[in-house]
Design a protein around this ligand. Structure first.
Ligand SMILES: C[S@@+](CC[C@H](N)C(=O)[O-])C[C@H]1O[C@@H](n2cnc3c(N)ncnc32)[C@H](O)[C@@H]1O
Ligand SMILES: Nc1nc2[nH]cc(C(=O)O)c2c(=O)[nH]1
Ligand code: SF4
Ligand SMILES: [Mg+2]
Length: 209
């Protein structure tokens, strides 16, 4: 990458764009609602069950101007979901300013492992044991979405729930490859602990992106 492009990426004026697609939000609080997804490359959190490992190496994804990204997004409805990779590895101020200017509601999917930047109308925090969220991420969380891979993850989910505000919506989501084993455990857990809700990756059942 030339130094001019590198500078623009460092300033958040260009971002390594992996893919963008208009679909239905499959997970969490806004499940079932139309949204334009922007998937930014780069992540070093290292979840062994990550369903987008192709996103990890930012160098594989072309630096793309935020104006180009925002223009494409604003042609599709009113909600944008910025995901990754780990979007907070980058300065999100320029992109989110542009999206707000275009009249979009701006949501994020994040592990919270990096200091939050940007403007977020909805902040979905999905903490990971390998790189815990920073304090600010717990403060901003509208939604806490814990991935359950095995029975020990319920304890981690409770520890994380203790760190968010009283208004944060709490979700337990089966890790996809373990869904047959853990979904029944989640169902029982939510019936016994009704502050939690079940979240399924409904887009995978619907065969949409
Ligand atoms: C791919 S991540 C990208 C955003 C950010 N890095 C994060 O982890 O929140 C988007 C969402 O998918 C969840 N996720 C990733 N792999 C999953 C899997 N195998 N099963 C269930 N959820 C998964 C993450 O926890 C996160 O909530
Ligand atoms: N339909 C759909 N909903 C999603 N919600 C969060 C996703 C993500 O990968 O961040 C995702 C995704 O990849 N597709
Ligand atoms: S933090 Fe998100 S993108 Fe990164 S490895 Fe974990 S699930 Fe994948
Ligand atoms: Mg996904």
């Amino acid at each position: 990458m030339d130094t001019v492009t590198q500078d623009l990426v460092n300033q958040g004026k260009m971002l390594p764009l992996m893919e963008e697609f208009y679909t239905i939000q499959g997970e969490g609080f806004h499940t079932g609602t139309a949204a334009y997804f922007i998937r930014v490359g780069g992540c070093d959190v290292g979840c062994h069950w990550c369903d987008v490992k192709e996103s990890w190496n930012a160098d594989l994804h072309p630096p793309t101007s935020i104006n180009t990204i925002s223009e494409a997004a604003s042609k599709h409805g009113k909600t944008v979901v910025v995901t990754g990779g780990e979007p907070l590895m980058w300065d999100m101020e320029p992109l989110t300013t542009e999206l707000v200017r275009a009249g979009m509601k701006v949501h994020i999917e994040t592990s919270g492992a990096y200091e939050p930047s940007g403007h977020w109308d909805w902040f979905c925090l999905s903490p990971k044991k390998t790189k815990l969220p920073v304090d600010k991420a717990y403060e901003l969380a509208d939604e806490l979405k814990m991935i359950i891979y095995n029975k020990h993850d319920f304890e981690f989910a409770e520890q994380q729930a203790a760190k968010v505000g009283a208004k944060t919506h709490l979700f337990l989501q089966p890790e996809w490859s373990k869904r047959e084993q853990v979904t029944p455990l989640i169902v029982d857990y939510v019936m016994n602990n009704p502050k939690w809700r079940v979240s399924l990756q409904t887009h995978k059942y619907l065969n949409i992106p």
